[in-house]
Design a protein around this ligand. Sequence first.
Ligand code: GAR
Length: 207
Amino acid sequence: MALRCAVFASGGGSNFKALLDRKQSGDLHAEFVLLIGNNSAAGVFQHARKQNIPSIHLAPSHFDSELAYVEKLMGLLRDYQVELIVLAGYMKMIPSAVVAAYHNRIINIHPGLLPAFGGPGMYGLRVHQAVLDYGAKITGVTIHFVDEHYDHGPVILQQVVPVLDTDTVNTLADRVLKAEHGNYWRVIEAIAQGKLRIEGRRVFGNV
Ligand code: GAR
């Protein structure tokens, strides 16, 4: 049985699209059963619609309390029998009750080499701007399990991407995105195949 994944996303959804393409080509044995997005105008919803994947606009601000938000989220995850939560450009914190219920079953992709250029406020183009401002010569992609701290859980995969003298924030973002698209599906496939073993912060197994 294919691993049942829910994708959480906030933006254009190129990572989600790349995952759907890998599934289509037969490389990735996962089922994308649900998309949750916090921004109704986000391009990511189009990718779900095209493939008839149920998608739900859900934001913490829609709820009077964190408890009500958590209950809604947990209900959806249960209804769709979600086994893995895939954050693909998702800019909101996952409530700690959901992190606890899905211990080591939530993954995130970050457009930088954690723990550098990560943490609250470091997302999307801001990461690439910070890398350029710092004058770093390398950046990259980090894919990690999600714990209760922002950009902090056990690292599954990192790939280095060079920073070029000619880079702007957009050219750097494009190069890093290509590396994201080339790697996220591999991690999900490794999880689907039960290849990963976690000991403390260390994740072992071939991706
Ligand atoms: C990606 O670069 C992803 O790594 C980043 O947002 C972008 C979303 O692009 N995520 C974060 O910064 C999370 N902290 P996409 O919508 O085209 O997949």
